[in-house]
Write a protein that binds this ligand. Structure first.
Ligand code: GAR
Length: 193
């Protein structure tokens, strides 16, 4: 069985959706959820679904290597970022080559980079007057939102959209596609070992 570990900073609706999806799969499960925010809703969501969920701080991620140790101890096959806002350090990237994925709520390479997350992304898309937006699932490297793109899906930006209406259309795409793409990457990750 393959082990998925999720890193998330916030609400965790994607994390919950991924946990539920893989709870029905035989070959892979989410076995660990880690958050850099002690009060993040994602920790509650994971725990209530029976998945081990822990907070970690900046030192444990960037200095002491404790997060990397936790990922290794769980025999993590794939690290999934789901609304995770910190840059992933080099030792973690090196430990999981081609085995860390992220989802971004817009069509990269536009509207990515430091500080571009969640509603800020949707605001920027609306301000730019785009007629479409979407999601980008990509491999993670040491820079924000710039790893190789695995999958994109598009949705319209409609007249009268605000951040909330656009966010909910983009979230629907995330829920539809992210678990399936994770499953496909896991199969690829298996082949690389
Ligand atoms: C998602 O829309 C995800 O694409 C975005 O944060 C949201 C998290 O929602 N990620 C980024 O913006 C990363 N740059 P969730 O906590 O409800 O899953």
């Amino acid at each position: 069985m393959k082990h998925i570990s999720i890193l998330a900073s916030g609400n965790g609706t994607n994390a919950e959706n991924i946990i539920r999806y893989f709870s029905n799969e035989k070959n892979a499960k989410v076995t660990l959820v880690l958050s850099n925010k002690p009060q993040a809703k994602v920790l509650e969501r994971a725990a209530s679904l029976g998945v081990d969920a822990f907070f970690f701080d900046r030192a444990q991620f960037y200095e002491t290597g404790e997060v990397l140790m936790m990922l290794r101890r769980r025999e993590t096959d794939l690290v999934v970022l789901a609304g995770f806002l910190w840059l992933v350090p080099g030792d973690v990237i090196e430990a999981f080559p081609g085995r860390i994925v992220n989802i971004h709520p817009a069509l990269l390479p536009r509207f990515g980079g430091k500080g571009m997350y969640g509603d800020r992304v949707h605001s920027a898309v609306l301000e730019a007057g785009c007629t479409e937006s979407g999601i980008t699932i990509h491999f993670v490297n040491e820079h924000y939102d710039s790893g190789d793109i695995i999958f994109q899906a598009r949705c319209p930006v409609l007249p009268g959209d605000d951040v909330d209406t656009l966010a909910s259309r983009v979230h629907a795409l995330e829920y539809e596609h992210y678990p399936r793409v994770i499953g496909e990457v896991l199969i690829g990750a298996g082949n690389r070992q």
